[in-house]
Design a protein around this ligand. Structure first.
Ligand code: TZP
Ligand code: MG
Length: 220
């Protein structure tokens, strides 16, 4: 667990959610490194298709890379894996271990993020002590088959109005062209998979996203 000098709001500016298995771990790590060079501010290991022993191995390599860049490293869904990987935190969905239980496992310093797609889910996440919410899918996504219909940016605005200080990140179908709309609606940053990992030049893709997010943050 690393100590943090930046606020969580800042750390959420450009959130890379990894999709390691299709490319193979080696080239996926190169993609993450390029993305970090381009300005990614936080990384989440999200591995839906691999055996856990493979995820554990990939996770160790990803953690080392994130430490090298001084960027927080989170694990999707599984607090047990986050604990084993000495991650900086976990991101849980509504069907995973509740936020409070995840924190019980990981300790008070861990970053615990929770997904929300409705106001009710946001209420639950906040009651579960979430450090930040991941709100979406904002736009249509090809990455998550069960993501459901896109919800647009209005929920982000509603959550921002209800909890002015709560760190928030939008997720789902976000690219450099629509990232600023997500931040203008009230998010602290954007979480992306394909807008970085599926690009031929992930470093440049990350740089462009980061530029747009920073500009929108500074305009608030
Ligand atoms: N949760 C909601 S949408 C989504 C997740 C993990 C997938 C986002 O992927 P992309 O490629 O950025 O649309
Ligand atoms: Mg999940």
């Amino acid at each position: 667990m690393q100590t943090r000098s930046k606020s969580l709001s800042e750390l959420l500016s450009l959130y890379l959610v990894t999709d390691l298995s299709p490319a193979g771990a080696g080239s996926a790590l190169a993609t993450v490194r390029a993305a970090l060079d381009g300005g990614v501010t936080i990384v989440q290991l999200r591995e839906k298709n691999a055996q856990l022993r493979q995820t554990l191995e990939e996770g160790r390599a990803l953690r080392a890379l994130c430490r090298e860049y001084g960027v927080p490293f989170l694990v999707n869904d599984r607090a047990d894996l986050a604990l084993l990987l000495e991650a900086d935190g976990v991101h849980v969905g509504q069907d995973d271990l509740p936020g409070l239980a995840a924190r019980e496992l990981l300790g008070p310093a861990a970053i615990v993020g929770v997904s929300a797609g409705t106001m009710e889910e946001a209420e639950w996440a906040v009651a579960q002590g979430a450090d930040y919410l991941g709100v979406g899918p904002v736009y249509a996504t090809m990455t998550k088959g069960d993501a459901g219909e896109p919800i647009g940016t209005s929920l982000i605005s509603q959550i921002r109005a209800r909890w002015p200080q709560l760190p928030l990140v939008g997720i789902g179908g976000i690219q450099s062209g629509n990232a600023s709309a997500v931040v203008s609606a009230g998010a602290d940053g954007v979480a992306v998979v394909s807008a970085i990992t599926k690009q031929s030049d992930p470093q440049n893709a990350a740089r462009e996203l980061r530029r747009n997010v920073d500009a929108a943050r500074n305009a608030r």
